[in-house]
Design a protein around this ligand. Structure first.
Ligand SMILES: Nc1ncnc2c1ncn2[C@@H]1O[C@H](COP(=O)(O)OP(=O)(O)OP(=O)(O)O)[C@@H](O)[C@H]1O
Ligand SMILES: [Mg+2]
Length: 497
């Protein structure tokens, strides 16, 4: 055992206008340690890691590497000290290739300053192979799925001598299999002496992977525990400050008339003859593996992608849906899985984003006064407990999980009849998840139908009244709440039965 810590951070403070993001935070890791960082949305995890990786300048505090005090003036300097970070919001240039992204700003040079593409390609290939992905050095980023883009970020961090690797919610967009693979790599890296800082809201993951867990609460250090000596409930208490009674508080309500009816939906190979209906008060889960057609189904119903065939009815009336505007008119809302590209306008304020979806209505003459608009915005901020200094805050400045809550607030304000939620709690902390589930209950009780697409089986099982399992563009089966189990869902999703 080495006596000196690989990394030690003491008394770190960082404020933004109106927000004390970090207040005297202590944190340390040892060589070869996998150290998880846990805390509610907005607790300060990403900010602490941005201080360490030179993105933000700290207001106070000290950082030691191998026992020596260091000042980190910028990301490039952090990189030189061996600190690598995979950011929560991916940071790739979509138009460039994988290898260009991996070596961005430090391309290997040939004579006369030409970029040595062969060297870049060869080294990228090696790293990608080590990660076990099929991604090629010449692939263009924008052609890759989010999960694959995440792999490229990891490859990038591994492409230089990293001694401290920070992973900020690396599995949020990965499939089961990609995650498993990532864990293997993380363990290998740790075994070779790299210190790993791992941020995730997936508690099962933290227990499986980490040696120790540090908990942050409201910008302050709450405590550090040894993982294998810690119980789940104790950890939650440390994190939330109270006990969590129920993880999936589904309240079954009276079922009413049919609200959504989808019949014979077809679109190329991705959707094949899909039919189902949902009644008022129901929450229907949509399960399936990556690529099974779940997101395609959501996009088709919401008018993003045109249908080849099929009908969509709301409240027994067939709807002509050719665009998102048509879908909103028909009372359909969609909460997307990719908040950065489809859900939010990042440079706009929290308030503007929340009222964005109703602006179409506003311009059509159904006038909403400024006062009414403010009331609506404040109600959503309160109901969803969005952590923001005011409604004027730019959405980009909110923590990841709070951005997700803004996406939800935005759609709630359109008062939909049908709400499609694609991975609604991705990146959301365990307490806030329960808040979102309670809102789903409330909506269902008021007669809204909810279609919840989710890869988290406990969530699907815990919150759905009925579950559609998709496989290769079809509904493989429909399971009632009582008969559904994790095993059954997986079997149908994999194409068996
Ligand atoms: N650039 C910024 N400008 C203003 N406020 C910021 C900025 N970055 C972060 N904050 C605020 O600092 C606080 C901590 O945010 P941070 O992103 O560190 O949270 P987090 O623990 O990573 O949360 P999550 O789990 O949701 O990702 C939040 O209140 C956030 O709104
Ligand atoms: Mg964060």
């Amino acid at each position: 055992m080495q006596s000196k810590c690989l990394l030690q951070m003491t008394g770190i403070c960082k404020s933004f206008p109106g927000v004390k993001a970090l207040d005297q935070v202590d944190f340390s890791i040892k060589r070869g340690e996998i150290h998880a960082l846990l805390g509610e949305n907005g607790a300060g995890k990403s900010t602490l890691m941005k201080v360490l990786s030179g993105v933000y300048k700290k207001d106070a505090g000290e950082i030691f590497i191998d026992g020596n005090s260091v000042e980190i003036h910028g990301p490039r300097e952090a990189q030189k000290m061996g600190i690598g970070i995979i950011h929560q919001e991916l940071n790739l240039v979509p138009e460039l290739t994988v290898m260009e992204n991996i070596f961005l700003g430090r391309e290997p040079q040939k004579l006369f300053g030409f970029v040595d593409k062969d060297k870049m390609r060869k080294e990228s290939f090696e790293i990608l192979k080590r990660l076990g992905t099929e991604i090629q050095p010449d692939d263009i980023i924008s052609d890759l799925s989010i999960g694959m883009q995440q792999m490229v970020e990891i490859a990038k961090a591994l492409s230089y001598e990293t001694r401290i690797l920070i992973m900020d919610e690396p599995t949020a967009a990965l499939t089961e299999r990609e995650s498993e693979h990532l864990f293997k790599i993380v363990r290998q890296l740790a075994a070779s002496g790299v210190g790993i800082i791992y941020i995730s809201h997936r508690m099962e993951e933290l227990f499986a992977l980490s040696d120790r867990i540090t908990v942050m609460r409201d910008g302050a250090y709450a405590g550090t525990v040894v993982t294998k000596e810690t119980q789940f409930d104790d950890l939650i208490k440390l994190m939330v400050g109270r006990e969590l009674t129920e993880r999936y508080p589904r309240k079954i309500t009276d079922i009413g008339n049919e609200v959504l009816n989808v019949k014979g939906l077809c679109r190329g190979d991705s959707l094949r003859d899909i039919s189902f209906s949902v009644k008022a008060g129901e929450i229907v889960g949509v399960a399936g593996l990556m690529g099974a057609g779940r997101t395609e189904l959501a996009r088709a119903i919401f008018g993003i992608d045109p249908l080849d065939k099929g009908t969509i009815s709301v409240d027994k009336a067939e709807q002509r849906i050719r665009s998102c505007q048509d879908a909103i008119q028909a009372g359909i809302g969609l909460i997307t899985e990719d908040r950065k590209h489809q859900g939010l306008v990042l440079p706009m304020s929290v308030g503007d984003n929340i009222s964005l979806a109703v602006l179409g209505e506003l311009s059509k003459g159904s006038f909403i006064s400024g006062k009414r608009r403010m009331e609506l915005i404040h109600k959503q901020i309160d109901d969803l407990k969005i952590k923001t200094p005011s409604e004027a805050q730019i959405v980009r400045n909110l923590s990841g999980g709070n951005q997700q809550k803004v996406v939800i607030a935005k759609w709630l304000s359109t008062k939909p009849r049908v709400l499609i939620m694609d991975e609604p709690t991705r990146g959301v902390d365990i307490g806030a998840k329960v808040e979102i589930y309670n809102i789903m209950n409330m909506l269902a009780a008021s007669g809204v139908v909810i279609l919840m697409i989710s890869s988290e089986l406990p969530e699907v099982l815990g919150m759905s009244d009925r579950i559609l399992v998709m496989c290769r563009g079809r509904v493989a089966t429909e399971l009632a709440r009582e008969e559904a189990t994790q095993e059954k869902i997986m079997a149908y999703a994999a194409g068996g039965n």
